[in-house]
Design a protein around this ligand. Structure first.
Ligand code: CLF
Ligand code: SF4
Length: 496
Protein backbone atom coordinates (compact mmCIF):
# COMPACT_ATOMS: atom_id res chain seq x y z
CA UNK A 1 0.00 0.00 0.00
CA UNK A 2 1.29 3.48 -0.87
CA UNK A 3 1.61 5.82 2.05
CA UNK A 4 0.93 9.51 1.48
CA UNK A 5 4.12 11.52 1.22
CA UNK A 6 4.43 13.73 4.28
CA UNK A 7 7.53 15.45 3.01
CA UNK A 8 9.48 15.68 6.26
CA UNK A 9 13.00 16.57 5.15
CA UNK A 10 16.11 15.51 7.03
CA UNK A 11 16.66 18.98 8.44
CA UNK A 12 13.21 18.97 10.02
CA UNK A 13 13.76 15.48 11.42
CA UNK A 14 16.99 16.62 12.97
CA UNK A 15 15.19 19.44 14.69
CA UNK A 16 15.96 23.00 15.51
CA UNK A 17 16.88 24.84 18.64
CA UNK A 18 17.21 23.27 22.02
CA UNK A 19 13.75 22.59 23.38
CA UNK A 20 14.67 23.91 26.76
CA UNK A 21 15.89 27.17 25.32
CA UNK A 22 13.24 27.44 22.67
CA UNK A 23 10.46 28.41 25.06
CA UNK A 24 7.86 27.00 22.65
CA UNK A 25 5.04 24.89 23.96
CA UNK A 26 6.99 21.87 22.71
CA UNK A 27 9.15 22.30 25.78
CA UNK A 28 6.01 22.35 27.91
CA UNK A 29 4.92 19.05 26.34
CA UNK A 30 8.34 17.49 27.00
CA UNK A 31 8.05 18.13 30.72
CA UNK A 32 4.54 16.82 31.21
CA UNK A 33 3.75 13.63 33.09
CA UNK A 34 3.39 10.68 30.69
CA UNK A 35 -0.40 10.33 30.94
CA UNK A 36 -0.93 14.04 30.10
CA UNK A 37 1.71 14.02 27.39
CA UNK A 38 -0.06 11.08 25.79
CA UNK A 39 -3.27 13.16 25.68
CA UNK A 40 -1.74 16.25 24.07
CA UNK A 41 1.14 15.11 21.89
CA UNK A 42 -0.98 14.55 18.78
CA UNK A 43 -3.64 17.19 19.50
CA UNK A 44 -2.99 20.16 17.19
CA UNK A 45 -4.54 22.71 19.56
CA UNK A 46 -3.07 21.47 22.86
CA UNK A 47 0.48 21.04 21.53
CA UNK A 48 2.10 23.73 19.42
CA UNK A 49 4.55 21.20 18.04
CA UNK A 50 1.74 18.82 17.02
CA UNK A 51 -0.05 21.49 14.99
CA UNK A 52 2.68 21.36 12.35
CA UNK A 53 1.88 17.69 11.68
CA UNK A 54 -1.58 16.67 12.91
CA UNK A 55 -4.98 17.82 11.69
CA UNK A 56 -8.36 18.33 13.33
CA UNK A 57 -11.86 18.40 11.97
CA UNK A 58 -15.10 19.88 13.25
CA UNK A 59 -18.58 18.57 12.53
CA UNK A 60 -21.36 21.15 12.59
CA UNK A 61 -24.08 19.24 14.44
CA UNK A 62 -25.01 21.85 17.08
CA UNK A 63 -27.16 24.70 15.68
CA UNK A 64 -28.80 26.11 18.85
CA UNK A 65 -27.25 28.37 21.46
CA UNK A 66 -28.36 29.26 24.98
CA UNK A 67 -26.67 32.66 25.32
CA UNK A 68 -26.07 35.72 23.18
CA UNK A 69 -22.59 37.15 22.76
CA UNK A 70 -22.21 40.64 21.33
CA UNK A 71 -19.60 39.31 18.86
CA UNK A 72 -21.88 36.67 17.38
CA UNK A 73 -24.58 36.64 14.76
CA UNK A 74 -26.33 33.27 14.66
CA UNK A 75 -26.32 33.31 10.87
CA UNK A 76 -22.54 32.97 11.12
CA UNK A 77 -20.17 30.49 12.74
CA UNK A 78 -19.62 30.59 16.48
CA UNK A 79 -17.09 33.37 16.90
CA UNK A 80 -15.66 31.52 19.93
CA UNK A 81 -14.17 28.87 17.73
CA UNK A 82 -14.47 30.20 14.22
CA UNK A 83 -13.98 33.06 11.95
CA UNK A 84 -17.24 34.44 10.68
CA UNK A 85 -18.73 32.70 7.67
CA UNK A 86 -21.78 30.53 7.33
CA UNK A 87 -21.45 26.82 8.02
CA UNK A 88 -21.83 25.26 4.63
CA UNK A 89 -23.73 22.17 5.84
CA UNK A 90 -25.46 21.46 9.12
CA UNK A 91 -25.13 17.71 9.77
CA UNK A 92 -27.17 15.06 11.55
CA UNK A 93 -25.13 12.80 13.87
CA UNK A 94 -25.23 10.03 11.22
CA UNK A 95 -23.96 12.39 8.52
CA UNK A 96 -21.29 13.67 10.90
CA UNK A 97 -20.00 10.14 11.49
CA UNK A 98 -19.99 9.43 7.75
CA UNK A 99 -18.01 12.61 7.12
CA UNK A 100 -15.56 11.86 9.93
CA UNK A 101 -14.88 8.38 8.56
CA UNK A 102 -14.28 9.77 5.06
CA UNK A 103 -11.89 12.44 6.36
CA UNK A 104 -10.09 9.86 8.54
CA UNK A 105 -9.54 7.74 5.42
CA UNK A 106 -8.33 10.58 3.20
CA UNK A 107 -6.36 12.63 5.76
CA UNK A 108 -4.51 10.07 7.90
CA UNK A 109 -2.94 12.85 10.03
CA UNK A 110 -6.43 13.80 11.32
CA UNK A 111 -6.34 12.82 14.99
CA UNK A 112 -9.02 14.97 16.62
CA UNK A 113 -12.74 15.40 16.05
CA UNK A 114 -14.18 18.50 17.66
CA UNK A 115 -17.73 19.78 18.04
CA UNK A 116 -17.63 23.56 18.24
CA UNK A 117 -20.89 24.82 16.84
CA UNK A 118 -22.23 26.60 14.94
CA UNK A 119 -24.15 27.14 18.23
CA UNK A 120 -23.17 25.60 21.57
CA UNK A 121 -22.61 21.82 21.64
CA UNK A 122 -24.02 21.43 25.16
CA UNK A 123 -27.16 23.36 24.21
CA UNK A 124 -27.70 20.53 21.70
CA UNK A 125 -26.94 17.55 23.97
CA UNK A 126 -28.76 14.81 22.04
CA UNK A 127 -27.08 15.62 18.73
CA UNK A 128 -23.66 16.18 20.34
CA UNK A 129 -23.58 13.06 22.51
CA UNK A 130 -25.13 10.82 19.85
CA UNK A 131 -22.29 11.87 17.50
CA UNK A 132 -19.67 11.15 20.17
CA UNK A 133 -21.27 7.77 21.02
CA UNK A 134 -21.22 6.60 17.42
CA UNK A 135 -17.65 7.79 16.89
CA UNK A 136 -16.38 6.01 20.00
CA UNK A 137 -17.84 2.84 18.51
CA UNK A 138 -16.71 3.33 14.88
CA UNK A 139 -13.43 5.24 15.20
CA UNK A 140 -11.97 4.67 18.67
CA UNK A 141 -8.54 6.01 17.67
CA UNK A 142 -9.89 9.54 17.10
CA UNK A 143 -9.64 11.93 20.07
CA UNK A 144 -12.92 13.68 20.88
CA UNK A 145 -12.98 17.35 21.75
CA UNK A 146 -15.71 19.85 22.56
CA UNK A 147 -15.90 23.61 22.92
CA UNK A 148 -18.62 25.30 24.96
CA UNK A 149 -19.71 28.62 26.44
CA UNK A 150 -20.03 26.70 29.74
CA UNK A 151 -23.62 27.56 30.68
CA UNK A 152 -24.73 23.94 30.62
CA UNK A 153 -21.36 22.50 31.63
CA UNK A 154 -21.83 21.34 35.24
CA UNK A 155 -24.94 19.36 34.22
CA UNK A 156 -23.01 17.79 31.31
CA UNK A 157 -19.77 16.76 33.02
CA UNK A 158 -20.87 13.19 33.83
CA UNK A 159 -22.01 12.66 30.26
CA UNK A 160 -18.75 14.10 28.89
CA UNK A 161 -16.72 11.77 31.10
CA UNK A 162 -18.88 8.80 30.04
CA UNK A 163 -18.32 9.70 26.37
CA UNK A 164 -14.51 9.58 26.89
CA UNK A 165 -14.04 13.28 26.14
CA UNK A 166 -10.48 14.11 27.18
CA UNK A 167 -10.40 17.73 26.00
CA UNK A 168 -12.91 20.47 26.77
CA UNK A 169 -12.62 24.14 25.85
CA UNK A 170 -14.61 26.72 27.83
CA UNK A 171 -14.88 30.25 26.49
CA UNK A 172 -14.40 32.48 29.53
CA UNK A 173 -14.25 36.16 28.69
CA UNK A 174 -14.62 37.47 32.23
CA UNK A 175 -15.08 36.56 35.87
CA UNK A 176 -16.73 39.91 36.64
CA UNK A 177 -20.49 40.24 36.05
CA UNK A 178 -20.19 43.99 35.42
CA UNK A 179 -17.90 43.26 32.45
CA UNK A 180 -19.99 40.21 31.53
CA UNK A 181 -23.09 42.39 31.08
CA UNK A 182 -21.18 44.35 28.40
CA UNK A 183 -20.40 41.13 26.49
CA UNK A 184 -23.55 39.02 27.00
CA UNK A 185 -26.91 40.85 26.65
CA UNK A 186 -28.81 37.74 27.81
CA UNK A 187 -28.67 34.06 28.63
CA UNK A 188 -31.44 31.47 28.40
CA UNK A 189 -31.61 29.73 31.78
CA UNK A 190 -34.29 27.42 33.21
CA UNK A 191 -36.73 28.37 30.44
CA UNK A 192 -36.29 32.10 31.00
CA UNK A 193 -34.32 34.80 29.31
CA UNK A 194 -32.16 36.54 31.92
CA UNK A 195 -30.57 39.84 31.00
CA UNK A 196 -27.63 41.97 32.04
CA UNK A 197 -25.55 41.52 35.18
CA UNK A 198 -27.76 38.77 36.62
CA UNK A 199 -27.48 36.62 33.50
CA UNK A 200 -23.73 37.24 33.28
CA UNK A 201 -23.25 36.16 36.92
CA UNK A 202 -25.09 32.86 36.32
CA UNK A 203 -22.93 32.19 33.25
CA UNK A 204 -19.71 32.99 35.17
CA UNK A 205 -20.72 30.73 38.10
CA UNK A 206 -21.56 27.86 35.75
CA UNK A 207 -18.27 28.24 33.85
CA UNK A 208 -16.17 28.22 37.03
CA UNK A 209 -18.08 25.29 38.54
CA UNK A 210 -17.82 23.33 35.28
CA UNK A 211 -14.07 24.00 35.09
CA UNK A 212 -13.53 22.66 38.63
CA UNK A 213 -15.66 19.57 37.98
CA UNK A 214 -13.78 18.72 34.77
CA UNK A 215 -10.40 19.11 36.46
CA UNK A 216 -11.54 16.82 39.30
CA UNK A 217 -12.31 14.15 36.72
CA UNK A 218 -8.91 14.49 35.06
CA UNK A 219 -10.30 16.01 31.84
CA UNK A 220 -7.96 18.56 30.25
CA UNK A 221 -9.45 22.03 30.08
CA UNK A 222 -8.42 24.78 27.72
CA UNK A 223 -9.87 28.24 28.30
CA UNK A 224 -10.54 30.49 25.32
CA UNK A 225 -10.96 34.21 25.89
CA UNK A 226 -11.92 36.78 23.29
CA UNK A 227 -9.87 39.96 23.79
CA UNK A 228 -12.18 42.97 23.45
CA UNK A 229 -10.28 46.26 23.77
CA UNK A 230 -11.83 48.62 26.29
CA UNK A 231 -14.12 45.88 27.64
CA UNK A 232 -12.07 42.98 29.06
CA UNK A 233 -8.47 43.54 27.88
CA UNK A 234 -7.26 44.85 31.25
CA UNK A 235 -9.10 42.05 33.07
CA UNK A 236 -7.92 38.96 31.16
CA UNK A 237 -4.66 38.57 33.09
CA UNK A 238 -6.79 38.08 36.21
CA UNK A 239 -8.95 35.55 34.32
CA UNK A 240 -5.75 33.71 33.38
CA UNK A 241 -4.55 33.58 37.01
CA UNK A 242 -7.94 32.38 38.23
CA UNK A 243 -8.41 29.59 35.69
CA UNK A 244 -4.84 28.44 36.22
CA UNK A 245 -5.40 28.24 39.98
CA UNK A 246 -8.41 26.03 39.29
CA UNK A 247 -6.39 23.65 37.11
CA UNK A 248 -6.96 24.77 33.50
CA UNK A 249 -4.22 23.35 31.27
CA UNK A 250 -3.96 26.06 28.63
CA UNK A 251 -5.21 29.61 27.98
CA UNK A 252 -5.97 30.83 24.48
CA UNK A 253 -6.49 34.60 24.16
CA UNK A 254 -8.00 35.30 20.76
CA UNK A 255 -8.58 38.65 19.05
CA UNK A 256 -12.15 39.91 18.69
CA UNK A 257 -13.38 39.68 15.11
CA UNK A 258 -15.96 42.45 14.57
CA UNK A 259 -16.97 43.61 11.11
CA UNK A 260 -20.12 45.60 10.40
CA UNK A 261 -21.00 43.25 7.51
CA UNK A 262 -21.31 40.28 9.89
CA UNK A 263 -24.24 42.01 11.55
CA UNK A 264 -22.96 41.51 15.11
CA UNK A 265 -23.65 44.08 17.84
CA UNK A 266 -19.96 44.89 18.21
CA UNK A 267 -19.48 44.97 14.43
CA UNK A 268 -22.36 47.41 13.92
CA UNK A 269 -21.33 49.55 16.92
CA UNK A 270 -17.77 49.88 15.57
CA UNK A 271 -16.10 48.03 18.47
CA UNK A 272 -12.54 47.42 17.31
CA UNK A 273 -10.47 44.28 17.71
CA UNK A 274 -6.94 44.35 19.16
CA UNK A 275 -3.86 45.06 17.04
CA UNK A 276 -1.29 42.21 16.74
CA UNK A 277 0.96 44.09 19.20
CA UNK A 278 -1.81 44.48 21.77
CA UNK A 279 -2.64 40.78 21.50
CA UNK A 280 0.99 39.69 21.87
CA UNK A 281 1.45 42.06 24.80
CA UNK A 282 -1.54 40.60 26.65
CA UNK A 283 -0.42 37.03 25.88
CA UNK A 284 2.96 37.91 27.37
CA UNK A 285 1.32 39.36 30.49
CA UNK A 286 -0.77 36.21 30.93
CA UNK A 287 2.10 33.82 30.19
CA UNK A 288 3.78 34.33 33.57
CA UNK A 289 0.88 32.52 35.15
CA UNK A 290 -0.27 30.15 32.46
CA UNK A 291 0.63 28.00 29.46
CA UNK A 292 -0.51 30.13 26.55
CA UNK A 293 -1.79 28.89 23.20
CA UNK A 294 -0.48 31.19 20.47
CA UNK A 295 -1.22 29.15 17.36
CA UNK A 296 -5.05 29.26 17.35
CA UNK A 297 -6.60 29.97 13.94
CA UNK A 298 -10.17 30.72 15.08
CA UNK A 299 -11.48 27.86 12.98
CA UNK A 300 -14.88 27.53 11.39
CA UNK A 301 -17.33 25.16 13.05
CA UNK A 302 -16.92 22.86 10.04
CA UNK A 303 -13.15 23.21 9.50
CA UNK A 304 -11.14 20.24 8.19
CA UNK A 305 -7.35 19.86 7.97
CA UNK A 306 -4.24 21.30 9.56
CA UNK A 307 -4.82 24.46 11.61
CA UNK A 308 -4.72 27.36 9.19
CA UNK A 309 -5.92 25.35 6.20
CA UNK A 310 -9.49 24.43 5.45
CA UNK A 311 -10.22 21.40 3.30
CA UNK A 312 -13.92 21.34 4.21
CA UNK A 313 -14.98 21.92 0.60
CA UNK A 314 -13.43 18.54 -0.38
CA UNK A 315 -15.77 16.73 2.03
CA UNK A 316 -19.31 17.92 1.30
CA UNK A 317 -21.93 15.16 1.62
CA UNK A 318 -22.36 14.80 -2.15
CA UNK A 319 -18.58 14.48 -2.64
CA UNK A 320 -18.35 11.88 0.13
CA UNK A 321 -21.14 9.87 -1.53
CA UNK A 322 -19.07 9.78 -4.73
CA UNK A 323 -15.90 8.57 -2.95
CA UNK A 324 -14.84 4.95 -3.16
CA UNK A 325 -13.04 4.16 0.06
CA UNK A 326 -11.49 0.88 1.17
CA UNK A 327 -11.86 1.55 4.91
CA UNK A 328 -9.81 -1.45 6.08
CA UNK A 329 -6.70 -0.34 4.16
CA UNK A 330 -7.33 3.32 4.99
CA UNK A 331 -7.37 2.60 8.73
CA UNK A 332 -4.13 0.60 8.45
CA UNK A 333 -2.61 3.51 6.53
CA UNK A 334 -3.68 5.93 9.31
CA UNK A 335 -1.93 3.79 11.86
CA UNK A 336 1.30 3.67 9.87
CA UNK A 337 1.32 7.38 9.00
CA UNK A 338 0.67 8.44 12.59
CA UNK A 339 3.32 6.07 13.94
CA UNK A 340 5.78 7.54 11.43
CA UNK A 341 5.00 11.11 12.51
CA UNK A 342 5.31 10.24 16.20
CA UNK A 343 8.68 8.57 15.59
CA UNK A 344 9.92 11.64 13.69
CA UNK A 345 8.69 13.98 16.41
CA UNK A 346 10.31 11.85 19.10
CA UNK A 347 13.66 11.82 17.30
CA UNK A 348 13.40 15.59 16.80
CA UNK A 349 12.72 16.05 20.52
CA UNK A 350 15.65 13.94 21.63
CA UNK A 351 17.99 15.78 19.21
CA UNK A 352 16.74 19.10 20.57
CA UNK A 353 17.31 18.03 24.16
CA UNK A 354 20.93 17.19 23.39
CA UNK A 355 21.61 20.55 21.72
CA UNK A 356 23.41 23.28 23.61
CA UNK A 357 21.97 26.75 24.16
CA UNK A 358 22.61 28.84 21.01
CA UNK A 359 25.85 30.82 21.08
CA UNK A 360 24.41 34.32 21.12
CA UNK A 361 25.68 37.12 23.36
CA UNK A 362 23.51 37.66 26.45
CA UNK A 363 21.60 40.92 26.40
CA UNK A 364 21.15 41.06 22.61
CA UNK A 365 17.83 42.61 21.59
CA UNK A 366 15.06 40.12 20.63
CA UNK A 367 13.98 40.22 16.97
CA UNK A 368 10.66 39.23 15.37
CA UNK A 369 10.75 37.32 12.07
CA UNK A 370 7.92 36.18 9.81
CA UNK A 371 8.04 32.70 8.27
CA UNK A 372 6.14 31.32 5.26
CA UNK A 373 5.35 27.66 5.88
CA UNK A 374 2.68 25.18 4.90
CA UNK A 375 3.49 22.89 7.85
CA UNK A 376 5.89 20.23 9.14
CA UNK A 377 7.99 22.84 10.90
CA UNK A 378 9.96 23.85 7.81
CA UNK A 379 10.28 26.87 5.53
CA UNK A 380 8.52 25.57 2.47
CA UNK A 381 6.30 28.31 1.06
CA UNK A 382 6.70 30.98 -1.60
CA UNK A 383 6.20 34.48 -0.17
CA UNK A 384 3.42 35.19 -2.65
CA UNK A 385 1.52 31.99 -1.88
CA UNK A 386 1.36 32.49 1.88
CA UNK A 387 -2.13 33.06 3.29
CA UNK A 388 -0.59 33.68 6.67
CA UNK A 389 2.86 34.11 8.20
CA UNK A 390 4.03 32.53 11.43
CA UNK A 391 5.80 35.01 13.69
CA UNK A 392 8.86 33.86 15.65
CA UNK A 393 10.98 35.73 18.14
CA UNK A 394 14.74 35.14 18.18
CA UNK A 395 16.66 36.14 21.30
CA UNK A 396 19.66 34.91 23.32
CA UNK A 397 17.18 32.52 24.99
CA UNK A 398 16.46 30.81 21.66
CA UNK A 399 13.56 30.79 19.19
CA UNK A 400 9.93 31.12 20.26
CA UNK A 401 6.73 30.90 18.28
CA UNK A 402 4.75 34.08 19.03
CA UNK A 403 1.69 34.24 16.78
CA UNK A 404 0.51 34.11 13.20
CA UNK A 405 -0.71 36.90 10.97
CA UNK A 406 -3.23 36.49 8.21
CA UNK A 407 -2.46 38.21 4.96
CA UNK A 408 -3.74 38.94 1.48
CA UNK A 409 -2.61 36.36 -1.04
CA UNK A 410 -1.48 38.55 -3.90
CA UNK A 411 0.03 35.94 -6.26
CA UNK A 412 -2.33 33.47 -7.89
CA UNK A 413 0.47 31.71 -9.78
CA UNK A 414 -0.23 33.26 -13.18
CA UNK A 415 1.55 36.27 -14.56
CA UNK A 416 -1.47 38.57 -14.48
CA UNK A 417 -1.92 39.27 -10.83
CA UNK A 418 -4.52 42.01 -11.38
CA UNK A 419 -4.97 44.00 -8.19
CA UNK A 420 -1.59 42.74 -7.01
CA UNK A 421 -0.17 45.99 -5.81
CA UNK A 422 -2.71 46.82 -3.15
CA UNK A 423 -2.82 43.23 -1.88
CA UNK A 424 0.96 43.19 -1.68
CA UNK A 425 0.96 46.47 0.19
CA UNK A 426 -1.55 45.04 2.69
CA UNK A 427 0.65 41.96 3.13
CA UNK A 428 3.76 44.04 3.80
CA UNK A 429 1.81 46.21 6.24
CA UNK A 430 0.59 43.13 8.10
CA UNK A 431 4.24 42.28 8.85
CA UNK A 432 4.85 45.51 10.78
CA UNK A 433 7.25 44.93 13.67
CA UNK A 434 9.03 42.02 11.94
CA UNK A 435 12.62 42.60 10.87
CA UNK A 436 13.03 39.67 8.46
CA UNK A 437 10.85 37.36 6.37
CA UNK A 438 11.97 33.79 5.70
CA UNK A 439 10.34 31.99 2.78
CA UNK A 440 11.27 29.39 0.16
CA UNK A 441 11.18 31.93 -2.69
CA UNK A 442 10.26 35.54 -3.26
CA UNK A 443 9.76 37.75 -6.32
CA UNK A 444 11.59 40.96 -7.15
CA UNK A 445 8.66 43.31 -6.45
CA UNK A 446 7.84 42.09 -2.93
CA UNK A 447 11.59 41.94 -2.20
CA UNK A 448 11.85 45.67 -2.93
CA UNK A 449 8.72 46.57 -1.00
CA UNK A 450 9.87 44.63 2.06
CA UNK A 451 13.26 46.33 1.99
CA UNK A 452 11.59 49.73 1.70
CA UNK A 453 9.56 48.83 4.80
CA UNK A 454 12.75 47.95 6.69
CA UNK A 455 12.11 44.18 6.59
CA UNK A 456 14.89 41.93 5.31
CA UNK A 457 13.62 39.30 2.82
CA UNK A 458 15.41 35.95 2.99
CA UNK A 459 14.94 32.97 0.65
CA UNK A 460 18.15 31.18 1.61
CA UNK A 461 16.74 28.67 4.07
CA UNK A 462 14.18 26.84 1.93
CA UNK A 463 13.27 23.38 3.33
CA UNK A 464 15.19 23.98 6.55
CA UNK A 465 13.75 23.65 10.04
CA UNK A 466 12.14 26.94 11.08
CA UNK A 467 13.92 27.24 14.44
CA UNK A 468 17.35 26.53 12.96
CA UNK A 469 16.83 28.99 10.13
CA UNK A 470 15.49 31.76 12.38
CA UNK A 471 18.45 31.34 14.74
CA UNK A 472 20.90 31.32 11.79
CA UNK A 473 19.44 34.58 10.45
CA UNK A 474 19.52 36.11 13.95
CA UNK A 475 23.19 35.22 14.35
CA UNK A 476 23.94 36.72 10.95
CA UNK A 477 22.11 39.92 11.92
CA UNK A 478 24.12 40.09 15.13
CA UNK A 479 27.40 39.50 13.31
CA UNK A 480 26.57 42.20 10.78
CA UNK A 481 25.57 44.65 13.49
CA UNK A 482 21.94 44.65 12.24
CA UNK A 483 20.38 43.89 15.59
CA UNK A 484 21.50 47.18 17.02
CA UNK A 485 20.09 48.89 13.96
CA UNK A 486 16.39 49.69 14.47
CA UNK A 487 13.98 48.99 11.56
CA UNK A 488 13.62 52.78 11.08
CA UNK A 489 17.39 53.14 10.69
CA UNK A 490 17.45 50.25 8.24
CA UNK A 491 14.67 51.91 6.20
CA UNK A 492 16.72 55.10 6.08
CA UNK A 493 19.83 53.18 4.97
CA UNK A 494 17.84 51.34 2.26
CA UNK A 495 16.64 54.69 0.88
CA UNK A 496 20.21 55.99 0.53
FE1 CLF B 1 -11.61 22.07 17.61
FE2 CLF B 1 -11.27 23.62 19.63
FE3 CLF B 1 -11.03 21.02 19.95
FE4 CLF B 1 -9.20 22.36 18.62
S1 CLF B 1 -10.20 24.11 17.47
S2 CLF B 1 -12.88 22.09 19.42
S3 CLF B 1 -9.67 22.59 20.77
S4 CLF B 1 -10.19 20.47 17.97
FE5 CLF B 1 -8.06 24.94 18.04
FE6 CLF B 1 -9.48 26.04 16.15
FE7 CLF B 1 -8.32 27.58 17.94
FE8 CLF B 1 -10.33 26.08 18.61
S5 CLF B 1 -7.28 26.30 16.46
S6 CLF B 1 -10.40 27.73 17.16
S7 CLF B 1 -8.41 26.30 19.74
FE1 SF4 C 1 -22.54 32.71 19.29
FE2 SF4 C 1 -21.00 30.86 20.39
FE3 SF4 C 1 -21.68 33.07 21.81
FE4 SF4 C 1 -23.50 31.18 21.26
S1 SF4 C 1 -21.64 30.95 22.54
S2 SF4 C 1 -23.77 33.37 21.01
S3 SF4 C 1 -22.90 30.51 19.20
S4 SF4 C 1 -20.38 33.00 19.96
Amino acid sequence: MDLPVLNIPETAKEGGCSASSCGSSDSQVNHLPDHIREKVQNHPCYSEDAHHYFARMHVAVAPACNIQCHYCNRKYDCANESRPGVVSELLTPEQAVKKTMAVAAKIPQMTVLGIAGPGDPLANPERTFETFRMLTRDAPDIKLCVSTNGLQLPESVDELAKANIDHVTITINTIDAEIGAKIYPWIFWKNRRIKGRKGAQILIDQQQKGLEMLVQRGILVKVNSVMIPGINDEHLAEVSRTVKSKGAFLHNVMPLIAEAEHGTFYGVMGQRGPTPDELMDLQERCSGDMNMMRHCRQCRADAVGLLGEDRGAEFTLDKIDAMEIDYASAMEMRRQVQEGIMADMESKRSTQQKKAKPAVPDGARPVLMAVATSGQGIINQHFGHAKEFQIYQASPEGVRFMSHRKTEQYCSGDSTCGDAESALAITVRSLAGCEAVLCSKIGYEPWEMLEEAGIVPNGEHAMESIEEAVMAVYREMLENGKVDETPAARRANAEM
